[in-house]
Design a protein around this ligand. Structure first.
Ligand code: NAD
Length: 423
């Protein structure tokens, strides 16, 4: 089987970027041509167009997607994103990264992702619920507790997961909590899930500091995005004595070289809906934020933030990818060349899916663990994954992204080889 086209490094297509990263690792692994063809393609792609009753009595048709990249190692797993810029290619890339992420931390899932093209902030709660319930119904041909388990992503949260769980359960005629993760605790959610991605990021930051022989208190961090991932991570860093000197969200960026009072900022954000104009900080350009000198730069918003254009001006010691795909391949090469360490998304933000796995297991067995147990198990898996990836990087003298992909692709390839090609 021949590979028809090699992905380019281009940043304008997120899926091409994911395939480029795959190719780099597949080359190093000298992966068999047939396996390469299978693994660089998404297995199932569903596009749906569905009507939603709006509050003014009108009906609007929305476009949504659910993509399963690979299910060789277990049911598909991946979040659902509500955003005006969602595209099928973006969802494909995110689904592929989910496959690698689950394999890096060694949890028995394949990769999926979903998205709806919409502006959630312009929808009323009732419209959001209608949209969610109809989208869940449209993708119910794919999702299920043994088949494909959604979770929150950009602009979706525990409430959205509750609506999906309820919609799916209504059709089934009984409650099916394990169909989604990231649910509220009252309906089978897990302790620790809301902060799990950030806690996992913190583990890799701690392990990196250990390897570098540096102490975290007094170091500086810059966090782009103050949502599910960025806000709890900023809080954890602040609690550890790291000075979080700049933070941004979609409405603006703020800066204080002495460190921002993160607990107060969190309260301010929940009252005002944004971080902009927070007391004791100066406004900052969104682009400027990424170029501040700091120890830890944590992009935790969207993809394609560190590109060929701004990578030469990044002055962080380490970039920790809280978001998926924030660094383009050209930028990766520039950062590596400049001696800036990048901890890749498929390792750095794998804490969320890890606790989603714990939630799913708890739902299936109807037996729940306490938060200390969850956090300890998460820390163990993240530390183990960090060591495994670092060992590959050291052995081959390569960057952590290629090393993490090599670990993941090798595991998925092994599962595929073992199962064989049907029929
Ligand atoms: P979210 O919607 O909760 O938060 C995103 C934040 O980014 C918001 O504060 C938003 O205002 C901000 N933002 C958007 N555009 C911005 C811009 N141009 N500049 C600065 N800030 C901007 O989303 P989230 O769940 O925290 O996801 C963030 C990233 O982390 C995504 O890439 C997502 O795929 C990834 N991720 C999320 C999880 C999870 O558990 N939620 C797990 C793994 C990875």
């Amino acid at each position: 089987m021949a590979i028809d086209s090699r992905a380019t490094k281009s940043a304008d297509n997120t899926f091409a970027m994911a395939q480029y990263q795959f190719d780099q690792a597949a080359d190093r692994l000298q992966l068999d041509t047939n396996l390469r063809e299978i693994l660089r393609t998404c297995e199932r792609e569903l596009t749906v167009h569905f009507p939603v009753k709006m509050s003014d009595g009108s009906i609007r048709v929305f476009e949504g997607y659910r993509v399963q990249h690979n299910i060789a190692r277990g049911p598909a797993k991946g979040g659902i994103r509500y955003h005006p810029a969602v595209t099928l290619d973006e969802v494909r890339a995110l689904a592929m990264w989910m496959t690698w992420k689950c394999a890096v931390v060694g949890i028995p899932f394949g990769g999926a992702k979903g998205g709806v093209v919409c502006e959630p902030k312009k929808l009323s709660t009732a419209e959001l619920e209608n949209l969610t319930r109809r989208y869940a119904t449209e993708i119910s041909v794919l999702i299920g507790p043994d088949r494909d388990i959604p979770a929150p992503d950009v602009n979706t949260n525990a409430q959205v997961m509750a609506w999906i769980m309820d919609t799916y359960s209504m059709a089934a005629g009984h409650s099916v909590p394990a169909v989604v993760t990231g649910k509220p605790l009252s309906i089978g959610g897990s302790e620790g899930r809301a902060e799990a991605t950030s806690r996992g990021c913190l583990t890799v930051i701690r392990e990196t500091a250990k390897r570098q022989g540096t102490a975290l208190p007094g170091q500086t961090a810059v966090v782009q995005g103050f949502g599910n991932v960025g806000a709890p991570l900023a809080t954890f860093l602040h609690e550890l004595g790291v000075k979080v000197i700049a933070v941004s969200d979609s409405s603006g960026a703020i800066f204080n070289p002495r460190g921002i009072d993160i607990p107060r900022l969190s309260r301010y954000k929940s009252e005002t809906g944004s971080v902009a104009r927070f007391m004791g900080t100066d406004p900052l350009g969104q682009a400027e934020l990424l170029e501040l000198p700091c120890d830890w730069l944590i992009p935790a918003a969207l993809e394609n933030q560190i590109t060929r254009a701004n990578a030469p001006r990044v002055r962080a010691r380490v970039v920790v990818e809280g978001a998926n795909g924030p660094t383009t391949p050209e930028a990766d090469a520039i950062l590596t060349e400049r001696g800036i360490l990048v901890i890749p998304d498929i390792l750095a933000n794998a804490g969320g899916v890890t606790v989603s796995y714990f939630e799913w297991v708890q739902d299936l067995q109807s037996f729940f663990w306490d938060e200390d147990e969850i956090n300890a198990k998460l820390d163990k898996l993240m530390t183990r994954a960090f060591s495994a990836v670092s060992a590959i990087a050291d052995r081959h003298d390569i960057d952590l992204r290629t090393a993490a992909h090599m670990l993941a692709i090798d595991r998925v390839a092994e599962a595929t080889r073992t199962r064989g090609i049907y029929p």
